[in-house]
Design a protein around this ligand. Sequence first.
Ligand code: PHE
Length: 481
Amino acid sequence: MELSRNEKLLVRALKESGGRATIDDLMKRLNLSIVEVMNAASWLKMKGAVKIEEKLRIEYRLSSEGEKCLRLGLPEKRLLDRILESKVALIDDLKRELGNETVSLGIAYLKGNGIEIKEGKIILSDPEKARATVEMNMYHLKNFQDVDEEIKKKLLKRGLIEKKESIERIIFLTSIGESISEKDLELRDEITQLTPQDIQTGSWKNKELKRYDIRMFTPLPDMGREHPISEFISRVRRIFLSMGFMEIDGDYIVPAFWNMDALFIPQDHPARDMQDTFYMDSVGNLPDYAQTVKKIHENGGGISRGWKYSWDSNLAVKNILRTHTTVNSIKYLYDHREEDIIRVFMIGRVFRRENMDPTHLPEFHQIEGIMVEPGSNFSMLLGTLHRFYSSLGFEKIKFKPSYFPYTEPSVEVHVLSEGGWLELGGAGVFRPEVTLPLGIKNRVLAWGLGLERLAMLYYGLKDIRDLYIADLDKLKSLPLL
Ligand code: PHE
């Protein structure tokens, strides 16, 4: 069998180490780079001389917090030492001496394990038990490599150790590899690049020419990339620009008036509650037409019956963090109320008091847009949304009837992906209570769609939070758009 210099070195090294070795071993033993070892290995594999196996390797190491605790002692150790030393156990004093965090954590780990808390004091009810707990926890930290999985899990949860997963590649000699003769393994000079001198002097005749292979292993160059979310935003932007929309922008902090009142959201609407909306201490200004909005909320202003309550401008001036980007659509409409043709969109952050889970974030982006023209109608709205999602490759979408105080009809958009149907946002035609006070006669088609959920489906992630975890390896592994 004809082998290159590195292939020969590899086979020799494998024979010497009993027929198998990891890539790392081979790199070290032969003083070759990963590229050289992998190239030689893939050639050998093609020739049937080796097999390459990949195994997941899990490694644990101390986190910086873990290292600190190993040096200074775990919080429970520092706390117990201090109590034993001074016999003073006033929590406030201890906090001043050791810091709030150490004392709180220390108490959390020792409570029920030898200490009790009474009237702001720590009582050492079972010094032996407390000492044993501390000793055991320190022992686990020191010997984290050897402890049971359960204990490793606890150490991970406390942030004392970190888990790193990597792929280990192991190369095995096959029987063909084993049978390669010593003669075939003799090393000869090898030329990878033929020079004019090699030809002029004829020295190439005594050397081996290395074959060229375009399928050989190459490592991925470690280069920077845009954050997947930024890339996705650019992609969405290009789609709307290509459909003839203009991009607009707006502030994060707005008076509740624009976020809610101008959109005919009554002042006792549950979403206004402190639970859902982040309120600021400051207040903003109201436009003149706030007086018309007041009438429409109270009695419909001749358009409908209104919400039948007494509208309070003090609530409308309160500044909030915008809860949806529709605030920018209505502001844009107000500023351009004379125009009969409008096609604008925006991609911006919104803020809600939501708990995080696999499909919710308290801060996320919406893809907002409005479309107005003579004759604009509901089916144009559905068609536009359809076109947007299909440009991203989501062909299966459905609209379900829904409700927003500012649109009629209103729909929710659902998109089909591997995990089933997922709700991605809302859309509808602005109600006359929203548009007539601005003097707008044409139908205003509007939508507000979640960006992160869509990005999650697009990148095939199961958890929306993965988009914002600063794990560079994971982020780099997402496909480029
Ligand atoms: N603002 C709505 C939301 O945040 C979405 C929406 C926008 C609905 C425009 C209708 C019209 O869910």
